[in-house]
Design a protein around this ligand. Structure first.
Ligand code: PEP
Ligand code: MN
Length: 449
């Protein structure tokens, strides 16, 4: 039991071992951090263990080849963009994509928002220098602020609580939208009533929605009105990066006596923190949520197999998702040996393609960007490889937003490279806009057929 500065006694639910942890903020005021952690450990859970179990069961269907998973949202959520409009736009995009995939592929789609917790970012360098001034890098709104001045960039533990509160508000709204009528399939046209409607992807969507409407009217006339058409199961996931945030949000589930993270349903370990001897993999191994791990092009088949052994020793269906992010030019060579090695170990995992993080480049204007064609090519390669090996291409993991931003280049009607400056708003990596996201969903639905 550790005495806390404010007199609160906090018993960590797990006696965390002292392991090397990459990408952790250096807090200038450790006492302030301890106070915040004591407070975090007393906050109500954001999600329930039973919900995470439901997600694991849904992901088990993906592992068995009977469903597809769609993960999407911001690279970095920000407090400023945690508004009703922004959350609704992201949710709407994911609902539209999921209807396109379900209708096109005839397969249930498991929906995980990359939201309500995605406030922490790994960075390639701990500091950033501009015109001779060196300051801590921006590590996400949960750690510091993006403005380039010493005060903004100082890691501030009160931001951990702010991230918890923002996540709580976002989840509350998402639950209201998805359970309270907004996600009713009869709203399938309503989700398309804005700028996206007149775009090529929007029009394609409109035609599909008319078919769905007719099918619903027919079913209704036959007397069927299932509950599944009126609400959707929607889950929240984020990268488990800053362990000072994640550890106080691990709780013992009263039903089973097992530790679960209550900061989100699904947590993943990033490409930069997946050291098998490090604190992040140890953290993920100890919680009972469904978890993921990102695998980049440098991953050896042996390293992948070792992670699978550590993270899913009991071979529990739906427990582990491997999110591969190889790059369009590498996926066809790097992925097959990994799949073969994992399969030879007898493990059943969920395979998801992140076609964003291996395809980042810098435009002539200096903007960090991604080409729609590269993104689509990596997904195509992912499908080709899985089809060839007889495994299930189980899902996609996309950085997207519901707005009309100009961050990624291309798609049928998307921004060209010289237009990136028009509406470039991301706090970190470039996201597909609503139209590009819809277009990708149509393409993936075809690949799934
Ligand atoms: C991310 O998902 O934003 C990210 C940093 O990805 P990765 O860990 O794959 O580099
Ligand atoms: Mn990113």
């Amino acid at each position: 039991m550790t005495a806390q500065p404010d007199g609160l006694a906090m018993t960590p639910v797990i006696d965390w071992p002292d392991l090397p942890a990459a990408q952790q903020p250096v807090w200038p005021d450790p006492e302030a951090l301890a106070r915040v952690q004591a407070q975090l450990s007393l906050q109500p859970p954001l999600v329930f263990a039973g919900e995470s179990d439901n997600l694991r069961a849904e992901l088990a269907r993906v592992a068995a080849g009977e469903a597809f998973v769609l993960m999407g949202g911001d690279c970095a959520e920000t407090f400023e963009a945690n508004t009703a409009d922004s959350i609704r736009a992201r949710l709407k995009t994911l609902l539209q994509m999921s209807v396109v995939l379900t209708y096109g592929a005839g397969m249930p789609v498991v929906k995980i928002g990359r939201m309500a917790g995605q406030y922490f970012k790994p960075r390639s360098k701990p500091t950033e220098a501009r015109t001779g001034v060196e300051l801590p890098s921006y590590f996400g709104d949960g750690v510091n602020a993006i403005d380039f001045n010493p005060q903004a960039r100082r890691p501030d533990p009160s931001r951990l609580l702010a991230a918890y509160n923002a996540s709580s508000a976002a989840l509350n709204l998402v639950r209201a939208f998805t359970q309270g009528g907004y996600a009713d399939l009869r709203q399938v046209h309503a989700w398309n009533q804005d700028f996206v409607r007149d775009s090529p992807a929007g029009q394609r969507y409109e035609a599909m929605a008319a078919n769905i409407d007719r099918a619903l009217t027919f079913m209704h006339a036959c007397g069927a009105n299932p509950e599944e058409f009126r609400r959707v199961d929607f889950y929240a996931g984020h990268e488990a990066l800053v362990l000072d945030y994640e550890k106080p949000l691990v709780r013992i589930d009263s039903r089973t006596g097992l530790p679960y993270s209550v900061s989100g349903h699904f947590l993943w370990v990033g490409e930069r923190t997946r050291d098998p001897h490090g604190a992040h993999v140890d953290f993920a191994a100890r919680i009972h949520n469904p978890i993921g791990v990102k695998l980049g092009p440098g991953t050896t088949p042996e390293a992948a197999a070792e992670l699978v052994e550590q993270l899913d020793p009991a071979n529990t269906p739906g427990r582990l998702t491997l999110i591969t992010r190889m790059g369009a030019d590498k996926v066809r060579d790097s992925l097959p040996p990994i799949i073969e090695k994992v399969r030879a170990s007898g493990r059943q995992v969920v395979w998801v393609c992140d076609p964003m993080h291996g395809n980042t480049r810098t435009a002539a204007s200096g903007h960090k960007t991604r080409l729609f064609d590269d993104i689509e090519d990596e997904v195509t390669g992912f499908f080709e490889v899985h089809r060839e090996l007889g495994s299930h291409p189980g899902g996609i993991h996309i950085e997207l937003t519901g707005d009309d931003v100009t961050e990624c280049v291309g798609g049928t009607d998307g921004p060209q490279e010289d237009q990136l400056g028009t509406r470039y708003e991301t706090a970190c990596d470039p996201r597909l806009n609503r139209e590009q996201s819809l277009e990708l969903a149509f393409d993936v639905a075809e690949m799934l057929q």
